[in-house]
Design a protein around this ligand. Structure first.
Ligand code: AMP
Length: 193
């Protein structure tokens, strides 16, 4: 995996454990020469991650819709900033650039982005690994909700298993590297293409 999209909060959270793990992820990307593609902000978890990598001369590509490109929020010191016309064009652009997706703690924006990536996988439109870094049990309730969706018949167990979950950066990325695309997804992907 040469480039990974990271979706994460435009806020920093109340517990510094989140910030520390974002720094750890940035350092891991540097060590293994992985480029970051992200929302292009300089605030919150996004800013921490981008700054960690920029300080060490890593590759950081921001993809931001024009409407969010205010001075207060957009990063001005990254490798490349791609400006898109709309939020949906931004998602398409990000998906063209990356080999996988990771979500760190965040709010609506983060959930929207990671679930879109999962939906593309479920429909076989993409076959890239999608992971969440479950820092401090942040996503525990979300994971339980996915179980409810399976037991109530709205989500296939096989689709749920596409989501890679780990509490450690090293383990998450190693699982992503070893990700095996489900057979069903491969078949659908061929038809879609
Ligand atoms: P949220 O989780 O609601 O804080 O939203 C964060 C996610 O949405 C990030 O992964 C970004 O891609 C996008 N996003 C939200 N707000 C901004 C912003 N001000 N600048 C750039 N991207 C943003």
């Amino acid at each position: 995996m040469k480039k990974i999209a990271v979706f994460c909060g435009s806020s920093i959270g109340f517990n510094e454990v989140y910030r520390n793990e974002a720094i750890k992820l940035g350092n891991y990307f540097i060590e293994y020469n992985i480029g970051l593609v992200y929302g292009g902000g300089k605030i919150g978890m996004m800013g921490i991650l981008a700054d960690t990598m920029i300080e060490k001369k890593g590759e950081v590509i921001g993809v931001i819709p024009g409407l969010l490109r205010h001075e207060e929020v957009a990063h001005t010191n990254i490798t490349e900033m791609i400006v898109t016309k709309t939020m949906s064009k931004r998602k398409v652009k990000i998906s063209k650039l990356v080999d996988g997706y990771i979500a760190l703690p965040g709010g609506f924006g983060t959930l929207d982005e990671i679930f879109e990536a999962l939906t593309l996988g479920q429909l076989g439109i993409e076959t890239k690994p999608v992971g969440i870094l479950n820092i401090n049990g942040f996503f525990n309730h979300l994971i339980l909700q996915l179980d409810v969706m399976v037991t109530e018949g709205y989500l296939k167990q096989s689709s749920k298993e596409m989501l890679i979950i780990s509490e450690s950066v090293e383990d998450l990325i190693s699982q992503m590297f070893n990700y095996k695309v489900p057979e069903m997804t491969k078949i659908i992907n061929k038809v879609v293409k």
